[in-house]
Ligand binder design. Structure first.
Ligand SMILES: C[S@@+](CC[C@H](N)C(=O)[O-])C[C@H]1O[C@@H](n2cnc3c(N)ncnc32)[C@H](O)[C@@H]1O
Length: 410
């Protein structure tokens, strides 16, 4: 049985913030939903692309894609075809392959990522980390030097993007995805094929790799699975010391440090929403990622009590009725609890509550300080395109005194 894989991504403007699990069916029970006629239109999955083919001479017709797209027949559930699009020259020759519908490939191709040279820090090796085997976790990423809040750990473009569908059978999907991966330049293809997997079944190796390593993004209203090979080595912790964000213009996956990391310490992100109870997180990790989390938060006897106190405090701070017990002291307690739980990468809401709580008692300096921290935390977690970023930007531009919350609790 295939488990499902969960991960998150946040995107705009053609993207939107999204969090969802990828559920896959067992290989042996998946019905082939495309007609046999459609098979005639498939190319051989492992047939290597030859630039000497006549079609390659017309490559500019397909720019930025190097090959004439090869497509499925029209799939009834989406009333469209899915095609393989590859650009070996993407990101200075790192390359990228997509499996998506033509209109969305067009949207991807219009992104700055395809239209202009990428900023030089993207896809550059950094000296911040190295990979190593971690007992019980496979390969992980360890800090190569002391890292501080806000330090950038990685900035990479993806190798593989696939439309999330349930139209194709697992074997057929494997055929198409393999074609997409086979067309990548050798370096990134090797990295992709060397990534970890869940089942170990060679027949579905590409899907297996995607299952263990994918993030999801929504593009034009459609979920896509995305693999960033370097970032894939980040293991999970329920109190992670790093946070990721995706720049939708450049398709770049960034990872930043959210609390000090000592040399040799493992760098981690959270695969699950960390403000859910231990059992929920455990179940998601087990079913989605096939491992039992043994991190300190999962073993802590008081972590769930702290979560419930966090929720109570947030409910009070969100209560603007005259009877509300909300106060700056309550906001400070909330901030402390987030820190105690190791959730420094998820403090945007807590900082926001603090900004409002201080503004509500007429402390403009503290309100502005916390609004700035809320904006910074959102930028690091969700990017600048999300509405909450604009909300705090607006607060800071207008000033605490102009905000609706000003002196609302005096
Ligand atoms: C995205 S990969 C992370 C890198 C992976 N460890 C590797 O060897 O390439 C996800 C897989 O890593 C392993 N993993 C990640 N975090 C873990 C943790 N906290 N404990 C145990 N295994 C973990 C699981 O096997 C999971 O399916």
């Amino acid at each position: 049985m295939f488990p499902h894989f969960c991960n998150f991504a946040f995107l705009s403007p053609i993207f939107s913030r999204y969090r969802q699990c990828w559920r896959e069916s067992p290989l042996h029970t998946v019905a082939i939903q495309t007609s046999l006629d459609g098979l005639k239109e498939y190319v051989l999955p492992t047939q290597p692309y030859s630039r000497s083919t006549a079609k390659a001479e017309k490559e500019s017709e397909y720019a930025p894609w190097s090959h004439p797209p090869i497509c499925t027949s029209t799939l009834p559930g989406i009333n469209d075809t899915l095609c393989v699009y590859t650009s070996p020259s993407f990101a200075s020759g790192r390359g990228i392959s997509l499996f998506t519908i033509p209109s969305l490939a067009h949207q991807f191709a219009a992104l700055p990522a395809f239209q202009a040279p990428l900023p030089p820090h993207i896809n550059k090796p950094t000296h911040t980390y190295h990979t190593s085997a971690i007992p019980g976790k496979g390969i992980g990423m360890l800090a190569s030097q002391a890292l501080s809040f806000g330090d950038r750990v990685t900035a990479h473009t993806p190798a593989f993007i696939a439309y999330l569908e349930s139209e194709l059978s697992t074997p057929l999907r494997e055929t198409w995805w393999r074609t997409a991966v086979d067309r990548l330049p050798e370096g990134v293809k090797k990295e992709f094929m060397g990534l970890t997997y869940v089942y170990g079944d060679e027949r579905v190796r590409v899907q297996d790799i995607v299952k263990a390593n994918t993030f999801q993004i929504e593009v034009g209203g459609v979920n896509h699975l995305v693999v960033w090979p370097e970032t894939s080595r980040l293991n999970h912790a329920c109190a992670p010391n790093a946070q990721y964000v995706i720049d939708t213009d450049t398709l770049t996956h960034y990872v930043h440090v959210t609390r000090p990391i000592a040399p040799g310490e493992e760098i981690t992100i959270s695969y699950t929403p960390p403000l859910t109870p231990t059992q929920t997180r455990q179940s998601q990790l087990h079913h989605g990622f096939n491992f039992i989390c043994t991190c300190p938060r999962c073993k802590s006897p008081t972590s769930d009590e702290t979560l419930s106190r966090i929720q109570t405090l947030q409910a009070h701070l969100n209560d603007w009725s005259p009877a509300s017990p909300a106060s700056p002291a309550m906001a400070e307690e909330l901030l402390q609890l987030y820190c105690d739980e190791g959730l420094q990468g998820f403090m945007d809401a807590a900082y926001g509550f603090a900004a409002l709580a201080y503004g509500a008692v007429g402390d403009a300096d503290a309100a502005v300080r916390y609004a700035g921290l809320a904006r910074e935390a959102i930028e690091m977690k969700d990017g600048r395109g999300v509405p909450n970023f604009g909300l705090w930007e607006g607060f800071l531009e207008g000033g605490a005194r102009a905000h609706w919350s000003w002196r609302r609790r005096v």
